[in-house]
Write a protein that binds this ligand. Sequence first.
Ligand code: ADP
Length: 629
Amino acid sequence: MRKKQFKAESQKLLDMMINSIYTHKEIFLREIISNSSDAIDKLCYTAMNAGDTSISRSDRRIHIHADKENRTLTVSDNGIGMDQEDLENNLGVIARSGSLNFKKDAGESEDMDIIGQFGVGFYSAFMVADEVSVITRKYGGDGAWMWKSAGADGYTVEPTAKEEVGTDIIIHIKPDGEEESYSEYLETYRLRNLIKKYSDYIRYPIVLDAEKTRKVDVPDSDEPKYETYIEEETVNSMIPLWQRNKDEVTQEELNEFYKDKFFDMKDPALTIRVDVDGSISYKALLFIPSATPMGYYTKEYQKGLELYSSGVMIMERCEDLIPEHFRFVKGVVDSRDLSLNISRELLQHNRQLRTIAANIEKKIRQELKKLQDNEREKYEKFWESFGLQLKYGIVSEYGANRDVLKDLLMYYSSRENKLQSLKEYVEQMPEEQKYIYFAVGESVSMLDNLPQAEQLKDKGWSILYMTDEVDEFVVNMLGEYEGKQFKSVNDKDLGVEDEEEKKDTELKEEENKVMLDYLRDCLDGKVTAVRLSHKLKSHPVCLTADGEVSLEMEKYFSTIPGDGPDIKAQRVLELNPTHKAFYMLLDAWQLDKDRCARLGELLYDQALLIAGLKVENPARLTELMWEML
Ligand code: ADP
């Protein structure tokens, strides 16, 4: 029989499993059982849709048998089974797309990560096995098949005999090594514990062939004699976690459930339980991951909650249950008011579902707000992972969700040196401060040095530093918060200026109009105006923009690939009329116009640098600097 090779990616994953240093090898059983449970779900679902009444839910079970002599652990289910093609497709390659694209070489920590992130499933058996066989027969198919692999050198698939539809996974347990023992996975007490710990909520009975001992009477002997025998024992309680009373379920159980079901290595950051009894009754168990899942901000990520009707899964990923801005939330929803065989199309237009979705959105918002109010550190971690998502939520759908989300926003406050909510910012505004000031740029440290912010800082007013590309759109979409307008530090008029000073500057600008226009013309289309500014204190220049498009927006649009519209900001070079540099300009204007132009050029380049923009010709800048020195 010719051995087939695993697909390259699977090979890598397999090698990792075989040589695994992962300390939680025990999770392999949970993975195998969870596959069995899924297979039974699939069978019930398929049979129901086909109108096949011969398959009854109550006959479904997962059976576990350990054979110490042969060192095998067999997990059997009467689920949907697999045909030859399924075996090739499911066990010859990694099902979950791209699992391994993320990792180049398997180091220790990555080893952990991949198991956590993707729940490697079936392959995890190779952490404890030196050979795995799968004997399976598919519902509606003909014939049975055996898949077999000792890991590294590929696998075989051949016909075999099996009467009942379903799958047996036969795990040949590795011999005990010097450092590690594997025999424990053949012991009843260990298996029982593992099932209880990880698979208690599985809705089908997990029947363990438990090894028990009993005393036997031996006639005419005082020596007690014991014999071992096998007795079937249903180990799991089968009640889904979300159906159990709140106080009956520990956070640890919830964490385990989450990690198992949603393939995360870390405990969730937040668990939300919803129990609604009303015109529509439902229970929901929701989780917010503690870190951004890999590929979260890509198209590959799919949102959705699992949908159940009285404990029976009717949809694996119901997208309509969760709004886009909370798409990081994972979990299950179970309602007895939903019909079991409702079709997907119908579900989409289902009124009950819409009501549930609306409630869930409200609940998530509430819980996040609570976290923000009471557990700031945790909220900041959440914000780090999913803040960007909330910002997108504000700008998308023409701002339809801004009121749901605006209180959840956090921005870095220049005065407090930490993240603040808009509410906190507004509450701390001195009475004479009219606006919510913000600055958008690459980093907090860059923004903290913006010349145009100096005046505000001198007054002791706080500026919100925004460092995501989407931030400016967020501000535009919000317009105001609690009646306070947002104002960019780049704005011509910050609303702090002394009226006298302002007049002064205006006068000076009038006086020097010819020179300023000359400088603008020398800059040859790079700026639409050169102006004097009353905003600047110790700095000679800054760059701002007139009109709708800001410098940050220009930067953002320039990163969009393709040949979209070339959106440019109308740049304005602002000069500080009280700075030495300005007097130098005035002198040059009298004595040497060329020098004046070169000074203008130099100041423009400096303004670019401060604004975090690229200098168009760095060599020219160096030349100019030496010339002026
Ligand atoms: P996952 O379960 O996450 O998809 P696995 O590697 O655990 O990944 O399993 C790969 C696939 O093999 C499953 O999606 C399923 O189609 C199939 N499979 C695994 N175990 C069984 C089983 N006991 N019965 C039927 N199909 C199974």
